[in-house]
Design a protein around this ligand. Sequence first.
Ligand code: CFM
Ligand code: HCA
Length: 540
Amino acid sequence: ESTKKYPAPSDIKEELLKKYPPKVAKKRGKAIVVNDPEEIPQVQANTRTIPGIITQRGCSYAGCKGVVLGPTRDIVNLVHGPIGCSFYAWLTRRNQTRPDGPEGENYMTYCFSTDMQEEHVVFGGEKKLKQAIQEAYDLFHPKAIGIFSTCPVGLIGDDVHAVAREMREKLGDCNIFGFSCEGYKGVSQSAGHHIANNQVFKHVVGLDDTDKGGKFKINMLGEYNIGGDAFEIERLLAKCGITLVASFSGNSTIGQFENSHTADLNVIMCHRSINYMAEMMETKYGIPWMKVNFIGAEATAKSLRRIARYFEDDELMQRVEEVIAEEMPAVQNVLEATYPHTKGKLAMLFVGGSRAHHYQELFGELGMETISAGYEFGHRDDYEGRKVIPNIKIDADTKNIEELKVTPDPERFRPRKSEEDLARLKEEGLDIRDYEGMMPDMKKGSLVIDDISHYESEKLIELYKPDIFCAGIKEKYVVQKMGVPLKQLHSYDYGGPYAGFSGAINFYKDIDRMVNSRVWKLIQAPWEEENELEATYVTP
Ligand code: CFM
Ligand code: HCA
């Protein structure tokens, strides 16, 4: 519990909106809500950013190429577009790969691009794309090539799917598929996730029926191995005796995707980016999905128990308890040392579409309060939770991005659990259909802000004076110049892993160092130095 004094959240909201022209204030007002976990208020999400506002968001290409396909090791990810789009997506997301294996090709460190020039914009770029595919094939002989459309490709009308088909037939032994993920599609990265899910499901999942063995077979969805998180989760799953068939897509191979329909359960870390895949796999193959969270030591223990509970196997449940008992003392030791320095401090989290929620677990363990939080591109269900919004299909993405028509596969559909089994499990305390959003987990009076603007972030910091602000690289140095440390929850500031038990230990230590460093007091925030320059908006 924090003892810090700050204005009432409703006054803060008013203050944030005060300078906007009336129309903008009205619109932004719907995306800024004072939370009540008992009676979740509706929040505006997944809508277009108002032109002129500086948003944290990225584009559809980022969500498709960078996020979902980026961490795959042996797919050549070829960007069709100007070189800048490739360059800025080249290893910036810190999805890691092990230098010492596992076996097989790894193209993650390469940057493949058609390097589109003016002549291609004028005369068309399909020929250049075919050449680039041929070149990549001749050089590497990859199992698969993914083609990613950038904005100009959509504008000039190059048909990447036709090129993919033609080259797949020509080359014979290479799976080639395209993604119409032009940056302008949809309103954020979120549209790109959806496009990526559709194409991977359509062109890859289900190609390999081999039963690779294992008693408890799961896929890990929405875990991208940022800072090595997947390595820690893989370690824990292996220790418990749970077989990881495929990971979407941290530290993954195309072979895993092809075989992923043989798993018995899909567990989802980042629901926002991969829920479409889970739904489609459930419909076509009968694999149920369940939300988990490996961010936070308690959340990790809870997630392992939920997986064991699902399989209803006494030995597995016992093994999971042993693993938790083995791992927890080290976590507790570090927490005991850090807690006295971190308790009562204030945090703010503005990131992506799941971490602004998940990381509240770790801050909670440190005794810190998340006073304000929001996603860049989450949808209403990510905020309000499935209990409040049972039908996740209402979101605006489905208006922008075509949904695949998926039906049960008559030969391979195999319900892993019957509806009766699931109902019984629910009675016994495991409701796999349910998951909480951010708001049910946040305190009454906390301020939830969707697609926060640069101006609003600055104002928030000035009004709340938080001990730490969590966001991305674009925010980092602006915030630190105000004398507030910023923790990047995207790249972990080149640290990590933060998942699982050893990840929690890393996080406790890093946050302790950041919130207790005296260096921040040496910086004068702009409002401490001089009066603000007043600007007036011209209202039309
Ligand atoms: Fe999911 Fe992610 Fe996130 Fe995301 Fe991202 Fe990311 Fe993120 Mo950056 S998939 S929504 S589109 S957890 S890249 S690994 S850190 S914004 S909160
Ligand atoms: C993206 C990737 C990003 C950006 C991070 C940041 C990531 O959205 O295109 O803004 O610092 O995690 O790398 O979210």
